[in-house]
Design a protein around this ligand. Structure first.
Ligand code: C2E
Ligand code: MG
Ligand code: MG
Ligand code: MG
Length: 289
């Protein structure tokens, strides 16, 4: 009797648990098909400098799931990582971003734009990750100097030696690296010294109360001072108010991303993006800042 029960553990599941499992399964099945059904899209959020000019974009994944509207990445990326679906999805993201870099290169108005792409730990730790990125760049003839890969601290938690060597291989191609959600992870600051990073992105949780909370203000000032002495570019994310932008500007942060400056939007809406550089300087020396 007890043995039977053990074998058929499902009978002990209550209806709520059953429901959770069913909707997870439905999500996984639908996500498996999303890719070849063409339901995935990239949105692009503008990145703006202190003069109000757009110097780049971050590619952010969206899933147009029939019957569910536009699904945000936090609702399906964790499952994609668990199931390994993040690998083909990540490959699709890289291809789509590289194709867009190439499309932007065709016009004077957009040719200097940089593209930031999020890379999950599981993706980065694939043995042929470097070859995959290189293949995407070559497939579309995209300039590697325009590509910035955003890693999170979870990527560098294990096998730091291999991470450094992989980053260096990609840097040799011209690809740049950013540490995303900086300050929220568990790893020590020592990786800043070891990793060949170009940029830090200050997590939005530090930005939210920056103009009113002295601790957040102090943390952000410290991050900015440290980045400056390490020669790292800083982007602040999650800027929603002019007060936040002003505080950052006054404390030496000159690159911004957030709803105040522009929401993530489909590529068609970039046709009307204002403030794309007619600036001759930027058109000729795009990667050199
Ligand atoms: P992230 O890389 O830190 O991206 C920034 C997130 O902040 C985006 O959420 C963006 O829409 C949101 N955001 C931008 N400005 C503001 C603001 O002013 N206020 C607030 N409250 N939020 C703002 P999103 O698009 O929902 O993406 C969430 C996360 O999903 C990303 O965080 C990234 O970790 C992950 N993700 C998105 N696309 C991809 C992808 O293609 N591959 C992988 N592996 N992960 C992705
Ligand atoms: Mg990011
Ligand atoms: Mg972030
Ligand atoms: Mg984040």
């Amino acid at each position: 009797q007890a043995k039977d029960a053990g074998r058929n553990a499902a009978r002990f599941f209550n209806p709520a648990m059953q429901k959770t499992i069913e909707s997870r399964l439905a999500l996984e099945t639908a996500l498996r098909q999303a890719l070849f059904k063409g339901e995935l899209e990239l949105f692009y959020q503008p990145q703006i400098d202190q003069n109000g000019r757009c110097f780049g974009a971050e590619a952010l994944l969206r899933w147009r799931r029939p019957g569910h509207g536009l699904v945000a990445p936090l609702e399906f990326i964790p499952l994609a990582e668990e199931t390994g679906l993040i690998l083909p999805i990540g490959q699709w993201v890289m291809d789509t971003a590289c194709a867009q870099i190439k499309a932007w290169e065709a016009s004077e108005r957009t040719r200097f734009l940089r593209m930031a792409v999020n890379v999950s730990a599981r993706q980065f730790h694939q043995p042929d990750f470097v070859a995959q990125v290189q293949a995407s760049l070559e497939r579309y003839g995209a300039n590697p100097q325009r590509l910035k890969l955003e890693l999170t601290e979870s990527v560098v938690l294990e096998n730091a030696e291999q991470v450094v060597s992989r980053m260096n291989q990609l840097k040799a191609l011209g690809v740049g690296f950013s540490m995303d959600d900086f300050g929220t992870g568990y790893s020590s600051l020592s990786y800043l010294k070891r990793l060949p990073l170009d940029q830090l992105k200050i997590d939005k949780s530090f930005i939210r109360d920056i103009a009113t909370d002295p601790s957040d203000a102090a943390i952000v000032r410290a991050i900015l001072a440290m980045s400056q002495s390490l020669g790292l570019e800083v982007v602040a994310e999650g800027i929603e108010s002019e007060a936040q932008r002003r505080f950052l500007c006054e404390n030496g942060c000159h690159r911004f991303q957030g709803y105040l400056l522009g929401r993530p939007k489909p590529i068609e809406e970039w046709e009307t993006q204002p403030d794309l550089g007619a600036d001759a300087d930027r058109a000729t020396s795009p990667a050199s800042e």
